[in-house]
Ligand binder design. Structure first.
Ligand code: IPT
Length: 934
């Protein structure tokens, strides 16, 4: 068999729509016989019906064979895992032979064998007769089975090669996972239909035959090609109104759900149903930690529900058409979809785009074939509002071939492709990872011109979207709020799609979740496949919670005694929401009341609110918008938006307790001051209110985040030696308290920090610490953190704090963290990033109280005014050295970090680093803390 052919397939039937038909169908999923060979050149006698496969293994269909003990997965991002020499493929070519017998029901005749997805090159035999071959892993293919079916027992044989010429077209950033990974059916349906339904009620359809009825709209027996106008409610992702339609044909009846909606572009603005559309999107790969891209239906549904619950309104099916059921779910629950063709040739970029299939006419048929199969399959989905030609496939004449055919076939949807910035073949201007500054320039229409004035003029009239931005790898992404602000400000900006939805961590017995290299791949891209908003088990990461906040459909502004409520939906009003307010004093509710908000939003008067005269404590008003009634995607009470405001300036502090005229007392080499005991020589704290405490020491380092590493900051920090600070005690001064002067510096540099730790005690059993830090020398660039580190006994198990929570927050993340009183165990303070890194920092903490099992002395630390809190059962060095979650093992101390500041997060793994305002530049600074017994 010629695996190096440019042809996309042979013996295949014309592509058609995915439809639900009453025509008989046989589900051929289930256990098949399976044999894996290391090379392609194996006898194909197994296709004979009488072949004895009793010694073969069994493998489920749909599935990927490397996830069932045959061979191993491999991960590369841009690189091809074989030499770039198209159309040639390596001799080592894992080849899976599949067999299954099935019984044909009595009276059955004719039919099509339909494969929804086979990765990557499939040859198909029925009863020993070769039906043909197919490529295009994430696209359906049908073969005419009719002539070869026989009554009773039939034998289906499929040979799947991992590599073929078509592999050059499938270089997406994901695991290489061969196998029959989507459903297989024998169906007697042959119907095809293309329904056109626009938001103004115009309705028509194309089909070779049949009559269309929509009983709910009084439409009966509409003929193909006839346009009528009906009074239908439009479909939007916010209001996904669908109408059940029936297409009656001589041999079958097809049921489909019609949504009336229109996509258009006017004056450079993307419109849906005539109104501006703002895409609050994510990029979704198909992924399941056990099943790879063979995603169970319930998991697809969970994805859509999770997206809806986190205020996501759009999804780009990066980088291939998803399982057809996913689009049904988007129609039903409401998401705008950019449907992307199964095409990526990114690895040619590494060889200067020489011999890129996108620009080689010999590949034109294969590329067009992929586009046709996507468009034909998915053309009836109201959720699909744009066709994407593919991802990262460079520039070339075959793009025009794909685009021209698509415009002709479906003029109703704009075309998207990011890889050609001239936009010669698209209707929208799309980019990935453009900086805030560049997005702003584009929003204003002030982008750099293209060389070709005609193309430039065309592009200037296009809406702009970021098909990828805010790379959600590890801790982050930072900068979300600033992007959203731009998207909302400039009408030309149609929003974008965060990269990406899920961490592709494969379940692994030792590592918990595997990434590139964990299967011994000689070439791989490590944890670049772990860059999602949800962890592999779909637990939302802090990044998704922040995104939910940034994507809120309701915005609030506080004025003098009033609250302005702004409707940020594109299509619906606020009638389905309920608004609740609560006032908290130091995190404890003191008043709660509902707010009446008109459906259009607007200004509402607030009642007189606490604090009453003279009440102590910080008072905050929190307003929340929740679902008033159940929605198909979330129950009543589900929170969609919130805001907070401080109510009155915090009450004046309680009268100062008197400073104890405390000269520390000297006892056996220790200095005792209030509740603290110190080493007399080094001035270090040894015991705090009876608790064995070690520290505090100035700390400037953090276990690098992915963004710190890929953006190059960590290299600078390691270069400076921030991981190996030395602490030289220059003086321990007693007097009215204790002052310890230390120069903190790494070896081999004259840079350092001069630190003075000053301890005083007051009559209320408080131990005060002031840490004055002064940089010594000219520090280049930002540092990761500025704070102190202490260790506590391992018995310390939980913390209650008043500050922002419950989740982590860094200078440019943590929009989801609100001021309140929170409690967590030390273990629960950790954010379990699949690739361990800095995490779990709680921001703007006013005070935190630590405790353990009864009998453990606890203590409280308060900031003046606030500090950043991190506590974990391993050190920064251990966290930095860990490569997988199970590498982190609890030690016998709790490491407590009390920070004055941290460097921002940014998204330098792919895209811009931290915005300058979130950089932490060394400067003189003071951290003030008060310790009291709990
Ligand atoms: C971009 C790819 O489109 C996407 O698939 C993913 O690889 C992402 O990068 C990184 O995670 S392409 C990049 C060169 C901007």
């Amino acid at each position: 068999m010629d695996l190096e052919t440019f042809a996309p397939g042979s013996g295949r039937l014309e592509p058609r729509a995915a439809l639900r038909s009453d025509a008989p169908a046989l589900d051929l999923n289930g256990l098949w016989r399976f044999r894996l060979s290391p090379v392609a050149d194996v006898p194909d006698d197994f296709a004979r019906p009488g072949f004895d496969d009793s010694a073969w293994a069994e493998l489920p269909v749909p599935a990927h064979w490397p996830l069932h003990g045959h061979g191993a997965p491999a991960y590369t991002n841009v690189s091809y895992p074989f030499p770039v020499d198209p159309p040639h493929v390596p001799d080592e070519n894992p080849t899976g032979d599949y067999r299954r017998a099935f019984d044909l029901p009595d009276g059955w005749s004719g039919g099509r064998l339909r494969f929804e997805g086979v990765d990557s090159f499939a040859r198909v035999w029925l009863n020993g007769h070769e039906l043909g071959f197919s490529t295009g892993s994430r696209l359906p293919v049908e073969f005419d089975a009719g002539p070869w079916l026989r009554p009773g027992r039939n034998v289906l044989a499929v040979r799947v090669h991992q590599w073929s010429a078509a592999s050059y077209l499938e270089d997406q950033d994901m695991w290489w996972l061969p196998g029959i990974f989507r459903d297989v059916t024998l169906t007697r349906s042959a119907a095809d239909v293309f329904v056109h339904a626009s938001h103004d009620g115009r309705l028509s359809f194309e089909a070779a035959e049949g009559r269309l009825s929509i009983p709910e709209l009084g439409v009966r027996d509409l003929e193909p090609g006839v346009e009528i106008t009906v009074g239908a409610e439009p479909w939007t992702a916010e209001t996904p109104r669908l109408y059940e339609a029936v297409l009656t044909m001589p041999y079958e009846t097809v049921r489909l759900r019609v949504g009336f909606r229109t996509v258009s572009i006017q004056d450079g603005v993307l419109l849906a149903n005539g109104r501006p559309l703002l895409l609050k999107g994510v990029n979704r790969h198909e992924f399941h930690p056990l099943h790879g891209r063979a995603v169970p239906y319930e998991t697809m549904r969970e994805d859509v529900l999770l997206m809806k619950r986190h205020n996501v309104n759009a999804v780009r099916t990066s980088h291939y058409p998803p399982h057809p059921d996913f689009l049904d779910l988007c129609d039903e629950l409401g998401l705008w979809v950019v449907d992307e063709c199964d095409l990526e040739t990114h690895g040619f970029g590494q060889v200067g785009w020489r011999r890129n299939p996108t620009d080689d006419p010999r590949w034109a048929e294969a590329l067009l074939d992929r586009m046709r199969r996507m468009v034909e399959r998915d053309k009836n989905h109201p959720s699909v509002i744009m066709w994407s030609l593919g991802n990262e496939a460079g520039v070339g004449r075959n793009l025009a071939v794909m685009a021209d055919w698509t415009r002709e076939r479906d003029p109703s949807r704009p075309l998207h492709y990011e890889g050609d910035w001239s936009c010669a073949n698209t209707d929208v201007y799309s980019r990935m990872y453009a900086s805030h500054a560049e997005v702003e320039a584009i929003g204003r229409g002030e982008e750099d011109p293209l060389d070709d004035p005609e193309l430039d003029a065309r592009r200037r009239a296009m809406p702009f979207l970021q098909c990828e931005y805010a790379h959600a790898m590890g801790n982050g992404p930072g900068g979300l709020a600033e992007y959203q602000e731009l998207f909302e400000r400039h009408p030309r900006l149609a929003g974008g799609f965060v990269w990406e939805w899920i961490d592709h961590g494969l379940a692994h017995p030792r590592h918990e979740y595997a990434y590139g290299g964990d299967y011994g791949e000689p070439l791989h891209d490590a944890n670049f496949v772990i860059d999602g908003l949800v962890f592999p088990d779909r637990t939302p990461s802090p990044g998704l919670l922040d995104l939910k906040k940034v994507f809120e459909p309701v915005r609030f502004e506080f004025g003098d005694g009033v609250l302005r409520v702004l409707n940020r939906y594109d299509f619906r009003d606020l009638a389905h929401l309920a608004f609740r307010a609560v006032v908290e004093a130091d995190g404890t509710p003191v008043a709660e009341f509902p707010l009446e908000v008109p459906p259009a939003g607007g200004e509402i008067e607030l009642p007189a609110l606490p604090p009453a005269e003279g009440t102590a404590g910080e008072h905050w008003l929190t307003v929340r918008a929740v679902l008033a009634t159940d929605q198909p995607w979330a129950p009543a009470g589900h929170e969609l938006a919130w805001t907070q405001t401080p109510l009155a300036p915090p009450a004046p502090p309680a009268p100062e307790p008197t400073r104890l005229p405390a000269t520390p007392e000297s006892r056996d080499g220790r200095l005792v001051l209030g509740g603290g005991e110190f080493d007399a020589r080094t001035g270090r704290l040894l015991s705090l209110f009876g608790l064995d405490v070690e520290g505090p020491r100035l700390d400037l380092y953090r276990a690098p985040t992915d963004n710190d590493r890929y953006g190059g900051l960590d290299r600078q920090w390691r270069g400076l030696g921030l991981r190996r600070l030395t602490h030289r005690v220059d003086g321990v001064e007693t007097g009215d308290g204790l002052t310890v002067r230390v120069r903190v510096a790494p070896a081999a540099t004259d840079l350092g920090m001069r630190v003075a730790y000053t301890w005083t005690a007051t009559s209320d059993d408080t131990l005060n610490l002031t840490v004055d830090v002064e940089p010594d020398g000219e520090w280049p660039g930002p540092i990761p953190r500025l704070g102190v580190h202490l260790t506590l006994p391992g018995e310390i198990a939980h913390v209650t704090w008043y500050g922002r929570g419950p989740g982590e927050a860094y200078p440019d993340t943590g929009m989801a963290a609100r001021v309140g009183r929170w409690t967590a165990t030390i273990d629960d303070l950790q954010t379990p990033y699949v690739y361990p890194q800095e995490n779990g920092h709680r921001a703007d903490v006013r005070w935190a109280e630590f405790g353990g099992p009864t009998g453990t002395p606890g203590f409280k630390v308060a900031g003046d005014p606030v500090f950043g809190l991190t506590a974990r059962r391993w050190s920064t060095a251990e966290l930095a050295a860990a490569r997988h979650r199970p590498d982190l093992v609890a030690g016998d101390r709790v490491h407590l970090h009390l920070d004055l500041a941290q460097q921002g997060i940014g998204t330098a793994t792919c895209g811009p680093g931290t915005l300058p305002r979130y950089d932490l530049h060394p400067a003189p600074a003071t951290l003030r803390l008060r310790f009291t017994p709990a």
